[in-house]
Design a protein around this ligand. Structure first.
Ligand code: PMP
Length: 441
């Protein structure tokens, strides 16, 4: 059972990995939202590959699409030579992008991971503008390669790594529950955006004209923090006026996750560069950037890499996008996401340790707090990391896999597949409720 695998892992797996420590099970079978461990226990998988599995595990249409590539003589690997598989993938992807963006858009295949695409986006805007500085946001997450890590606004993973990219300026991101200035709300967002605009124009700030700005419209790893629409529009306005390319990282929030195809659609903004990965490969590694044609100033060969455009991943991704369209799963994610939030709000009113329930679509976070300690000026309580961990363990015991996030690891994150049913949502909420009750005692 699990014990055999866990013992072997304990001896061999690097310290740097965290999932197997927090979720000590070995998964031997998976279908849809359900996974089974080596002891035969089943779980609802609300981690779903950190949001990668938009259709859950082993969706039959996705499996068929991959089998097609493997059994019909289609090439498996072509570097970035064109193939029919690649052609269909790009067609499907361009179909889901906003018309006014896609009219003059280019695509660059980046390699297997989200971090690869972030690196490419950075290189693109630096090449196009001839400038070098970058701006990103407190609490943001963009990946673990040196450049992406430099842009990541979380000290943990970089504390012991010297020599990251110089010239990165971090900007305040609106996090109402834990606003460091105790303001929050619309007034706080206005002060935040005015401060950013001031930085852009004040020669003394030393950050005039960065090569680009990168942001998530719902911070995922940072603790499921949606950016207010008006604030996001302000950021778009000020970057556009100053011709600073705005890179929107949709690695986690993209492809229907937030109840719109892309998170930037909520606020009605159009980015200059969109970073896409995770769900776009249908569970296989794939990442791309899509960007405004005018930025396409790099020379042929300027961005190479052997594993750009994995054919199997493109086939799986195309199938995933088709199912999402045919089954109207983006709208579905919005509806069931709201249902889950309602349940979670009920749990919040029945217990004491939930500070906030927030999110968009099926990207939902629950802030676990310590009400025994003093609240801040706006009535928010300190993060309760240990209790969040205990809730995660109680959920696991009852058959629900959830991940934690946020700057203090105190936000419980729900990222179920987009095709999760209402009945499954109800059951997940029930297990979560029981687990919080048990953990709080
Ligand atoms: N950007 C965002 C918003 C992410 O959530 C992640 C991964 N969690 C990344 C980039 C990096 O992707 P990868 O882990 O595939 O490098």
């Amino acid at each position: 059972g699990n014990a055999i695998y866990l013992e072997s892992q304990r001896r061999r797996e690097s310290n740097a990995r965290t999932y197997p420590r927090k979720i000590p099970i070995a998964i031997t079978e998976a279908r849809g939202i359900q996974v089974k461990d080596a002891d035969g226990r089943t779980y609802y998988d609300c981690l779903a590959g950190a949001g990668t599995l938009a259709l859950g595990h082993n969706h039959p249409v996705v499996i068929e699409a991959m089998k097609d590539v493997l059994t019909t003589g289609l090439p498996l690997h072509t570097l970035d030579l064109t193939t029919p598989v690649k052609e269909s993938f790009v067609d499907e992807l361009f179909d889901i992008l906003p018309t006014e963006f896609v009219k003059n858009a280019r695509i660059q295949f980046c390699g297997p991971t989200g971090a690869d695409a972030v690196e490419a986006a950075m290189k693109l805007v630096k090449t196009a503008t001839g400038r070098s500085g970058m701006m990103s946001f407190h609490g943001g997450y963009h990946g673990m390669t040196s450049g992406a890590l430099s842009l990541t606004g979380n000290l943990g993973p970089k504390r012991h790594v010297g020599g990251l990219l110089p010239g990165t300026q971090f900007l305040p991101y609106p996090y109402d529950y834990r606003c460091p200035f105790g303001i929050g709300g619309e007034h706080g967002h206005q002060i935040g955006s005015r401060y950013i605009e001031h930085l852009l124009d004040d020669p003394e700030s030393g950050v005039l004209s960065p090569a680009g700005m990168i942001m998530e419209l719902v911070q995922g790893e940072g603790g499921v923090i949606p950016a207010p629409h008006a604030w996001a529009r302000e950021i778009r306005r000020m970057t556009k006026e100053r011709e600073i390319p705005l890179i929107i990282d949709e690695v986690q929030s993209g492809i229907g996750r937030t109840g719109r195809m892309f998170a930037f659609e909520h606020g009605g903004i159009i980015p200059d560069v969109i970073v896409i990965s995770k769900a776009i490969g249908g569970g296989l590694p794939l990442s791309v950037i899509v960007y405004r044609e005018e930025l396409d100033k790099w020379e042929p060969g300027a961005h190479a890499g052997t594993f750009r455009g994995n054919q199997l991943a493109m086939a799986a991704g195309t199938a995933t996008l088709r199912i999402i369209r045919e089954e109207r799963l983006v709208e579905h994610a919005a509806v069931v996401g709201e249902r889950l939030c309602k349940h979670l709000e009920q749990t919040k009113s029945a217990v004491r340790c939930i500070g906030e329930v927030r999110g968009r679509g099926l990207m939902i976070g629950v802030e676990i707090v310590d009400i025994e300690r003093e609240a801040d000026r706006i009535g928010s309580y300190p993060a309760h990391t240990e209790l969040a961990r205990e809730i995660q363990q109680q959920c696991l015991k009852r058959g629900l896999i959830l991940e934690l996030g946020g700057r203090h690891g105190s936000v419980v994150r729900f990222l179920p597949p987009l095709n999760v049913t209402e009945q499954e949502i109800d059951r997940i909420a029930e297990i979560f409720h029981e687990s919080v009750m048990a953990a709080e005692r």
